[in-house]
Design a protein around this ligand. Structure first.
Ligand code: CP
Length: 304
């Protein structure tokens, strides 16, 4: 496996391969078994934007497989503040590491980085673009919880305009044959290219502004936060902040085996009372970042 930039680069076979490998690595991900197949290998972890889950689960994945990590989280202590370009930063790190995980605020940055790197680039989120490794762990969670990846009714709820996880996930789910509903506040609708793709592939369900309109037929309620940092105008953010509140009453209106997912961080769009309901799977989902990223790293770096 080479660069991992977009879900468009991943075939159904490649996705299933990653998920199967991740399933076989669960004990190591939990620290219950030892596997040092990446001993002596180094991951470059360069995060120009804040992250908790993606960065820490990549680092955990590398450590669980016996490898090491170099990098930065925030540019304050790096030569980026002196004006060093992304191209030169990538050239440097590709000399130090066997693969690079990159998060950057600019859409297209990961793709650009591939032009300057001698080692595989893994896109850990590029602006409002894509977040393919989040999608892989989302698919892993869906298969783990629902037993399949096809024939599901999935409602994507929240900021569908700027939320990159839902862009990647919608494209990936459409590879398997599902029905996808789009629930967003006015002005934060899913980009046209995603909607057109869902329509053309016959997988577009319903677009609406309230989750109540789709909850009774939803198998997976996938909630996202409003991406405050991507709003050009704070006034516009204030208009939509707190628009949705997923609470126990709403969750109880879904089918009995419906699950609630969220890429996290959550702000206030899912109330804490939902956390203890059996439908809440977002913390399991966050843990699944470890085995999935272990599988990916073993393929990208280890050549497995
Ligand atoms: N889901 C996700 O990308 O979380 P972080 O921003 O904390 O990495």
């Amino acid at each position: 496996m080479e660069h991992v930039i977009s879900v468009h680069d991943l075939s159904v076979e490649a996705i299933i391969d990653v998920l199967d490998r991740a399933g076989s690595m669960l004990a190591t991900a939990r620290g219950e078994a030892v596997d040092d197949r990446l001993r002596g290998k180094v991951l470059g972890s360069i995060f120009f934007e804040p992250s908790t889950r993606t960065r820490l689960s990549f680092e955990t994945a590398m450590n669980r497989l016996g490898g090491g990590v170099v990098g930065f989280a925030g540019t304050e202590a790096t030569s980026v503040v002196k004006g060093e370009t992304l191209a030169d930063t990538i050239r440097m790190v590709s000399g130090y590491a066997d693969a690079i995980v990159l998060r950057h605020p600019r859409e297209g940055a990961a793709k650009l980085a591939t032009e300057f790197s001698d080692v595989p680039i893994i896109n850990a989120g590029d602006g409002a673009g894509q977040h393919p490794t989040q999608t892989l762990l989302d698919l892993f969670t869906i298969r783990q919880e629902m037993g399949r990846l096809e024939g599901l009714n999935i409602s994507l709820v929240g900021d569908l305009r700027y939320g990159r996880t839902v862009h990647s996930l919608a494209f990936a789910l459409s590879k398997f044959g599902n029905t996808i509903n789009l629930v967003s506040p006015e002005g934060l609708e899913m980009p046209g290219e995603v909607v057109e793709h869902l329509e053309e592939s016959g997988q577009f369900g319903k677009a609406c502004h309230t989750p109540e309109e789709v909850i009774s037929s939803t198998d997976i309620l996938y909630v996202t936060r409003i991406q405050k940092e991507r709003f050009p105008d704070p006034v516009e953010y204030k208009k939509v902040a707190g628009k949705y509140m997923i609470d126990p009453d709403l969750v109880s209106q879904g089918p009995e085996n419906m699950i609630v997912m969220h890429p996290l961080p959550r702000i206030n769009e899912i109330t804490p009372e939902v956390d203890t309901m059996p439908q809440a799977k977002y913390f399991v989902q966050a843990f699944n970042g470890v085995p999935v990223r272990m599988a990916l790293l073993s393929m990208v770096i280890g050549g497995a």
